[in-house]
Structure formats: structure tokens, C-alpha cells
Design a protein around this ligand. Structure first.
Ligand SMILES: [Zn+2]
Length: 274
């Protein structure tokens, strides 16, 4: 994402909207096709990460064994999505249903890559994908386990500031301030909630996730991430209510997925100019 500076306000303004282009399939460059080709494989690894990281199980690049019968999986069993379709979602050794988790996260990784390569200038699509895939793992872990592991949120902060230093040095101050403000703002809200309600309302992982959001989009755009994430969470709570899920004061809704989705949208499409 490139930024220019608005002469009147001296604030960084996302400028990549102007250069965003929707490519026809024939205009896809090598980078775009490469990202689409590796996306399901990355998705397969993210599936392993989502399942094993919260349980502190060792990470290996691929699923090497059936998680039910322990049978060693062969190479054809490990081809993303296609292996699932070929075996109709069952382990070919024990017949256990493999569920929709792995094809789901593999297709989600592919969908993010498709959105990235069709909506951003080609030179930055790989960065959009890396951020999107990272957030996909974080959000999925939060949905499953109500946690945002430090081992993913803290490197995301470093990674965000590093991309600013390498590709957008003019925005370094804004993104550093965004990191500090995002982290401290959430800590302050969490402390206030604890003082008023006498229990934890927001997890420390959410504060680090918002710090990461600041490191990627900067202080200027951070309020839009917070607003979009909060609105999406309210809509989700409303949808759950209408679906018959009775929410009460002690109901917990993981906030990470909403921050992640809002962050990726603001990163990819740029903050709305007010
Ligand atoms: Zn099996």
C-alpha cells in the first residue's frame, strides 16, 4: 500500500485506491497466478497451525497422520481440497469423516488471495496475502479457542512496522503511534471494564491485535478499524440473537475476528476519506 501526504493536513492519505485495478484473467501476472497456486497449500498449513498451536503441539508443514486412526497419510492425501473431494471427506484408512475444517480453511486462504490479486496493484498483492493469511489463522484460533496467541500477534506488530520501514518510510511515525495507541487504548478500556464490572471483558490478546492493526494501517486509519470491528461485532451479536442464541451479560464473543476482518479491509481498500 502506498501513501502520499496531503499537503493541507500533512497526514498520510492512502493513495492506492487510485491505482487499484481489477485485472481480467488474461492480465494476471506471474505473481498473481503464483499466489493463487500457493494459497491452498498455505491454507493447509494454516489448518495445522490453528489446530496445534493452541495445544502447544509440534508444528510440521503438513498433516502427516490421520488424527483419528493415526494412519500415515500419503502424498495424494495431502493435496489441498482435491484430496478431500477425492475421498468424499473421509479418511481412506478408517473411514472417519474428516469434516469441513481443512477444505474450509484452504478455500478461505484461496479466497483471500483472489480478493487481493483482483483488488490491489500487483506489486503489493503478496503483502496483502501474507497479512490476510496471518489474520485468517489468528481469527480462526480466536473463534475456536477464545485466544490470540502472542506468538502470532507480536510478530505481526514487528512485521507491520517492518513493512512500513521498507515500503512506506514516510508512514513510519503514524504506524508506530498506531501501534502504541491501539495497544494502550484497548488496555485502558479493559481496565475500565474490569473496574466497573469486576471481571475481565476484553482479553489482552485483543490489545496486542489492535496494536498490530495500528502497525499496519497507522494511527490515522485506526479509528476506522475500531469502528468497523465494533459495528461488525454488534451486527454479529444481533444475528446470533435473531438466530435464537440468547446472549446475556456474561456471554463472550471473540473480538479478534472482527478486528482482523476490519484491519484487512482497511489495509486493502484504504481508509474512507472523510
Ligand atoms: Zn483414519
Amino acid at each position: 500500500m502506498s501513501r502520499t501526504y496531503d499537503a493541507a493536513s500533512s497526514l498520510p492519505v492512502a493513495s492506492h485506491n487510485a491505482s487499484r485495478c481489477v485485472l481480467s484473467p488474461t492480465e494476471f501476472g506471474l505473481q498473481a497466478w503464483s499466489l493463487l497456486a500457493v494459497a491452498p497449500i498455505i491454507g493447509s498449513f494454516l489448518g495445522v497451525l490453528v489446530r496445534r498451536l493452541p495445544e502447544n503441539r509440534p508444528l510440521v508443514w503438513s498433516r502427516s497422520r490421520c488424527e483419528t486412526c493415526g494412519a500415515a497419510l500419503s502424498i495424494p492425501d495431502l493435496v489441498p481440497v482435491l484430496s478431500w473431494l477425492a475421498t468424499r471427506g473421509q479418511c481412506r484408512h478408517c473411514g472417519n469423516r474428516l469434516g469441513l475444517f481443512y477444505p474450509g480453511i484452504e478455500i478461505a486462504a484461496l479466497a483471500l488471495a483472489l480478493i487481493a490479486v483482483t483488488n490491489d496493484e500487483r506489486a503489493h498483492a503478496w503483502l496483502d496475502c501474507l497479512l490476510g493469511w496471518w489474520l485468517l489463522a489468528l481469527c480462526w484460533i480466536d473463534l475456536r479457542c477464545y485466544m490470540l496467541p502472542d506468538v502470532l500477534t507480536l510478530p505481526l506488530i514487528v512485521f507491520g512496522l517492518l513493512t512500513a520501514a521498507l515500503f512506506d518510510p514516510d508512514a513510519m511515525l503514524d504506524r508506530t503511534l498506531g501501534t502504541v495507541f491501539g495497544y494502550l487504548a484497548f488496555l485502558a478500556i479493559a481496565a475500565a471494564y474490569r473496574a466497573v464490572r469486576g471481571r475481565e471483558g476484553l482479553g489482552g490478546g485483543d490489545a496486542k491485535m489492535l496494536g498490530a492493526a495500528g502497525a499496519w494501517v497507522g494511527l490515522t486509519a485506526l479509528p476506522q478499524v475500531i469502528l468497523a470491528a465494533s459495528l461488525a461485532a454488534l451486527l454479529a451479536a444481533g444475528w446470533l440473537y435473531l438466530s435464537g442464541v440468547r446472549l446475556h451479560a456474561h456471554s463472550a464473543l471473540p473480538f479478534g475476528p472482527f478486528i482482523g476482518a476490519a484491519l484487512w479491509a482497511v489495509w486493502l481498500f484504504g481508509p474512507i476519506s472523510l
